[in-house]
Ligand binder design. Structure first.
Ligand SMILES: Nc1nc2c(ncn2[C@@H]2O[C@H](COP(=O)(O)OP(=O)(O)OP(=O)(O)O)[C@@H](O)[C@H]2O)c(=O)[nH]1
Ligand SMILES: [Mg+2]
Length: 296
């Protein structure tokens, strides 16, 4: 399958994802054709079950369609595979118009045996980056260990929380604090929202790796309140870009996951980082060709 055939053709994109998902040789060859200069922003949306992640993505889709954007969505381990279909309504529901809509949605079950995200999600996202979207959203339920992984997957990670008594302390313990580029306090129609936001704001401080100051955005997904602010926060973060060192750290994490997935082989992350640094700026760099040397 030629990588060009998936650009703006979602029937082909769907086929390509299936090839990659099933580890077919054709899928592997496709991955090795990908250009790593293509930079469609990938936005990870994570947070506890039921926080309103799908509702927020739905709101973002509605908002972005009004601005003629093309949107890709990956829902990882969705509790209900029909979630988006029912939220989005007829307009973008997968139908005869599948190829004409500006929204492409794919649900995948990709949790590995240890509960973490499997390498498939990295591969699928890399394929999607070549389909001509303006933005790609990835929804995952934040449950412990998968959080660092989603940070490595996305250019911007939004952590969705809800104002609930007692939630604060647990939330901060669970590592969500470290991975958030943007905080969203959804269900702000509930009691205690403003106090929760105030407390969260007090705890959020600048990320050591950059000069980015993490915003705390108040939303009510069910009526669209704050969706514009949420998008603004995503765009601002995308514009500053994390520093190169941080990007390399994320790339090392990704390469390591991919190697683990293929070979279950122990690779020294530090050595991997040094070697990757020497290769990353070479023209035509492709991560999937690069990692092949670790498979022998
Ligand atoms: N009151 C209120 N309810 C909301 C809001 N946003 C979402 N909900 C409701 O919360 C429930 C869960 O919303 P989802 O969008 O499915 O949440 P989710 O985080 O995607 O859930 P999982 O994917 O199952 O983890 C639904 O019944 C929504 O209608 C909000 O801002 N206010
Ligand atoms: Mg959901």
């Amino acid at each position: 399958m030629d990588v060009k055939s998936i650009n703006n053709n979602w029937l082909n994109l769907g086929r390509a994802i299936t090839l990659v998902e099933n580890n077919y040789e054709e899928g592997k060859q496709l991955l090795q054709q990908l250009s790593f200069e293509t930079q469609t922003p990938v936005v990870g949306i994570t947070g506890p079950p039921g926080a309103g992640k799908s509702s927020l993505v739905n709101g973002l889709i509605t908002f972005l369609l009004q601005n003629n954007k093309k949107i890709g969505v990956v829902a990882v381990d969705p509790t209900s595979p029909f979630n988006y279909g029912s939220l989005l309504g007829d307009r973008v529901r997968m139908s005869d118009h599948f190829n004409n809509t500006n929204v492409f949605i794919r649900s995948i079950a990709t949790r590995g045996s240890l509960g973490g995200l499997s390498a498939k999600i990295y591969e699928i996202t890399d394929v999607m980056r070549h389909a001509g979207f303006d933005v790609i959203f990835i929804e995952t339920v934040g449950v412990g260990q998968s959080e660092v992984e989603i940070a490595g997957l996305a250019d911007t990670t939004a952590v969705v929380l809800v104002p609930e008594a007692g939630d604060e302390v647990q939330t901060l313990k669970s590592g969500l604090m470290e991975i958030a580029d943007v905080f969203v306090v959804n269900k702000s129609d509930r009691d205690g929202a403003d106090i929760f936001i105030k407390n969260l704001n007090a705890l959020v401080h600048q990320k050591p790796s950059s000069n980015w100051s993490i915003p705390v955005i108040k939303t009510i997904a069910i009526n669209g309140t704050g969706i514009d602010k949420f998008w603004e926060g995503i765009e601002k973060h995308n514009a500053i870009k994390e520093n190169k060192e941080h990007q390399i750290l994320l790339l090392v994490e990704k390469a390591w996951q991919l190697i683990q997935n293929e070979k279950m082989k122990q690779v020294n992350k530090h050595a991997l980082m040094n070697d990757l640094k020497a290769h990353i700026d070479m023209s035509g760099f492709n991560l999937y060709q690069y990692i092949k040397k670790y498979f022998n």
